[in-house]
Design a protein around this ligand. Sequence first.
Ligand SMILES: [Zn+2]
Ligand SMILES: [Zn+2]
Length: 666
Amino acid sequence: MAATALLSRHSSNPLEVSSSDTRNRAYLKELMHAQQMARPFGGDPQSSDDPLNDLNLPELERYHTHLAQLYPNAQTSAYQYGTSTSKAPAKDMDEDMFSDGDSDGEEMEQDQEEEEAEEDEGVDTDEELTIYLKSREEQAEIEEEIADLENAVPELTEDYKIIDRLGTGTFSAVYKAIDLGYHTKWHNAEWHGYHPPSSSAYYQSTPHPPGSKVFVAIKRIYVTSGPERIRNELMIMEDCRGCRHVSQLITAFRREDQVVAIMPYHKNDDFRQDYFRYLPLEGVKAYFRCMFRALRDIHIRGIIHRDVKPANFLFDPRTGVGTLCDFGLACRVERGQSLGSCLHTPPSREHPHGRLKPRTEYDIDHIKRMQKEGRIRSAGPSDKVGYPEKDTRPHSKANRAGTRGFRAPEVLLKCGEQTGAIDVWSAGVILLFFLTKKFPVFHSGDDTEALMEIATIIGRRKMEKTATLHSRLFQSNVPSLTQDGMSWREFVERQNPDLRIPPEPDYSYYPYTLPEYRQRARPPPSSSSCYSPGRSSPPPQAEPHAPSPTPSERDQYAAEIEHALDFLEKAMEPESIRRMTPRTALYHPFLREPGAPEDDECAPHPFGDGVCGHLHSIDDEEELCVKVRVEGCEELVERRVRAGEGIAIGRRPCEFHRDMPEFKQG
Ligand SMILES: [Zn+2]
Ligand SMILES: [Zn+2]
């Protein structure tokens, strides 16, 4: 897709024809009507075309409404359409912007320190004043940076009031700002999306109440980032519109060599400093439900994040809501194209992590000889630590982007056909932190050491098998490397002997922050149901002195830890083709939510998939199109839409097609 395609979708006229055009007016009316109908609020949330009608979800919806209120975009009765203009770039980003320069695919590490100030939930004014909680020197530095940004991109000040810095990294800095035009100027539907009340992403679709302050994150992407990478990041973010728990691109500006991207602001705490040791198990589940929903939704769109780590997952431990952000290293998977010498296939719809190639497609004798040779060499004198034997076949295409300590074995082995499985591994590493209560777990300085660290745990045999899968040879003469290693379960048990002891409820963290819990002193030890806390027996005492857990509560907690350990084993499966997919993860007992709809019901389809997919198409200029009914026309009329519009969710048609009789459920 050309850069112009990306930018044309930001044009001020969403319809690409004059707004005085009668067809356009009729369409707009139709569109607005469809969108009003499709809003998950302001009417009956369980409208007749909602296939989930037969499910009774009041508690779930109550919870999601509660979340939406915390966020601080509470429910409103009417959606603000304003003047229905899309946010236009300050200056069109054109091809020349991206024509030169080169991005280096190797070792692109980001070290983004998220800074977060202490404050109470849901209070807008506090959010506006966070800069004053920082040291005087830091304030001065931030103010200087803000002035510099406003000077470089003066158009920003018309629409945004920049008030603080959220973080800085190698390739960008992120600022907090107030969106001055949210209520009056912009058409916000394409980045809000249409997540239904039964979806955990409902808060994303909930507009901010009229008159409220709306915060955004402004990412200033440094010139050093390279034009190709900037374009890649913005285009991938556009493709991720409508994904759950994924940072949404509101718009992007370019002025000369300056590029800024505007995204919704998400409150978050520092993983290492603040919560990873104390978050209740139910909070950990909430963390990974959001994480794997985000991964499910981006992977189905053919996008790999490549840099999953705590700093890139904005998590609010008070609400249990997380957002995957920073797509600076993200890439697209190449489906069905085999260029590597791996023994596995590239990813496909049926096998998102690839699968073993048929025997006929590789030389088994060659592999056996390689392995034998490796074993002989490993038995030699220990003048070398373990290393993957250099393969003569080309692996130069292998993408190694990511962060040390989070790279999957296949990344370390320079697999030429990497899949979304690499993100699942990285998410598994985060679960390892939660379970061991240690961060970081891996300390290696380079890829070879990193492979050795993993091999020390999983054992020589498994590492050799993993290397073979990617046509690599693993050999090592390090004496501490055992043949069979241990399971991740054993590793966690060794690192954290208190693993199965239920912690005391910590009322600063989800789920104990929910109003239901605040009334009660003695919440259940973990929650198999965060949505129906009422089912636990009412506690006799108030915090902070909760009675010690009963034997059955201990058993329940231990059972949930078992689920977590089993989950970890499947997420950190060294062989990528056997690693669980995000969808499987969401159906695992560790993440499955009692009383909640199946994840399939809430998953947003890629544009053109889902029940109304046949009414969607992509035209010659790679623009997204839908066929809609237009007043006064017999036939359906094809119209262009913008990225983020026309997303069918579960069995629901998209917002353009909900009113069509053929999609109405009987
Ligand atoms: Zn491979
Ligand atoms: Zn549709």
